[in-house]
Write a protein that binds this ligand. Structure first.
Ligand SMILES: NC(=O)c1ccc[n+]([C@@H]2O[C@H](COP(=O)([O-])OP(=O)(O)OC[C@H]3O[C@@H](n4cnc5c(N)ncnc54)[C@H](OP(=O)(O)O)[C@@H]3O)[C@@H](O)[C@H]2O)c1
Length: 241
C-alpha cells in the first residue's frame, strides 16, 4: 500500500495489548483507526488516549462491538465507513485464553474461546469484505504460535488458534483474486494484559506490542506483488535458554 496516511483501519480488540500497539503504529503513519471493545467505555477511553498521542494527523474512534456477535461487528463496520468513508485494513486481533485440562475446562470456557478467537475473525471478514474488495485492502489475523504448537492445558486455545490459522490461509485463497492481501501473524509471548497479566519489567524478554505494530506496518508497505501469508514471530531469547 502506498501512502498509508490515506488509509483507514478497523482493529478488533484495540483497547490494550497488541491491538492497541498496532493502532499506535498506524497512527504514527497518519492512518485513521477504529478500535473495538466489549465495552463502550473501554473503547472510548483507549481512543481518547490514542488521539492525545497523535502527532501525524491520524484520528482514532472507539466502538463497542463484541466479536462474538456478527450484527455488532457489522454495525461497527458501518459506523467506520460513515465516519472515515471506507475501510482498507482489518486486523482481527481480539482474543482471550482459557487454559485447563479437558476434564476441568467448562463448556462456557470452550465456547467463549472458540467464539472469540475463531468465529470472531470469520465475522470480522464477513462484515468488511465488500470494503476490502472495493479498496483492494488487507485482512490480518492475530493467531499465535499456539496455532501450530499444541501444549498441555491448551485444548480450547490450541483448537481456536489452529482453527484461525487454517481459516486465514483458506480465506487468503478465496479473496486474493480481488486484490485483497491476507496474512496471519503467529506470535509467541507478547508483553500484554493477556490472561490477566500486568505487563512490567518481568516481561522485557517478550515481544513488545510496538514490535507487532511495526511488523504490521512493514506488511502494509510491502510491494503489492509479494505476500508474506503466514508469519511466525517469537522472542529471540526466552528465559529458559
Ligand atoms: N500476549 C501474547 O503472548 C499473545 C501471543 C500470541 C497471540 N496472542 C493473541 O493476540 C491477540 C490480542 O491479545 P493480547 O495479548 O493483546 O491480549 P490483551 O492485552 O488481553 O488484549 C485483548 C484485547 O481483546 C479484546 N477482546 C477480548 N474479547 C473480545 C470480544 N469478545 N470482543 C471484542 N474485543 C474483545 C479486549 O478488549 P476489552 O477487554 O476492552 O473488551 C482487548 O482489547 C489475541 O488474539 C491473542 O490470542 C497473544
Amino acid at each position: 500500500m502506498k501512502n498509508l496516511s490515506t488509509k483507514v483501519a478497523f482493529i478488533t480488540g484495540g483497547t490494550k495489548g497488541i491491538g492497541f500497539g498496532v493502532a499506535e503504529a498506524m497512527m504514527r503513519e497518519g492512518m485513521n483507526v477504529a478500535i473495538t471493545s466489549r465495552t463502550k467505555e473501554a473503547a472510548e477511553e483507549a481512543a481518547k488516549l490514542l488521539n492525545s498521542q497523535s502527532k501525524e494527523g491520524g484520528e482514532a474512534i472507539g466502538l463497542e462491538a463484541d466479536v462474538r456477535d456478527f450484527a455488532s461487528q457489522e454495525k461497527a463496520a458501518k459506523e467506520v465507513v460513515k465516519r472515515f468513508g471506507k475501510i482498507d485494513v482489518v486486523i482481527a486481533n481480539a482474543g482471550l485464553g482459557h487454559f485447563a485440562a479437558v476434564e476441568d475446562l467448562t463448556i462456557e470456557q470452550w465456547k467463549e474461546t472458540i467464539d472469540t478467537n475463531l468465529t470472531g475473525p470469520f465475522y470480522s471478514l464477513k462484515a468488511t469484505i465488500e470494503q476490502l474488495k472495493v479498496n483492494k485492502g488487507y485482512y490480518i489475523t492475530i493467531s499465535s504460535l499456539a496455532g501450530t504448537n499444541f501444549f498441555k492445558g491448551g485444548s480450547a486455545y490450541n483448537a481456536s488458534k489452529f482453527g484461525v490459522t487454517g481459516f486465514t490461509q483458506a480465506a487468503m485463497l478465496d479473496v486474493r483474486d480481488y486484490g485483497i492481501k491476507v496474512t496471519t501473524i503467529m506470535p509467541g509471548s507478547v508483553a500484554t494484559h493477556f490472561n490477566g497479566n500486568e505487563p512490567d519489567k518481568k516481561d522485557d524478554w517478550k515481544i513488545q506490542k510496538e514490535d507487532i505494530g511495526k511488523l504490521v506496518i512493514d506488511l502494509l508497505k510491502m510491494h503489492p506483488r509479494t505476500l508474506p501469508s503466514k508469519i511466525e514471530v517469537r522472542p529471540t531469547t526466552p528465559p529458559s535458554n
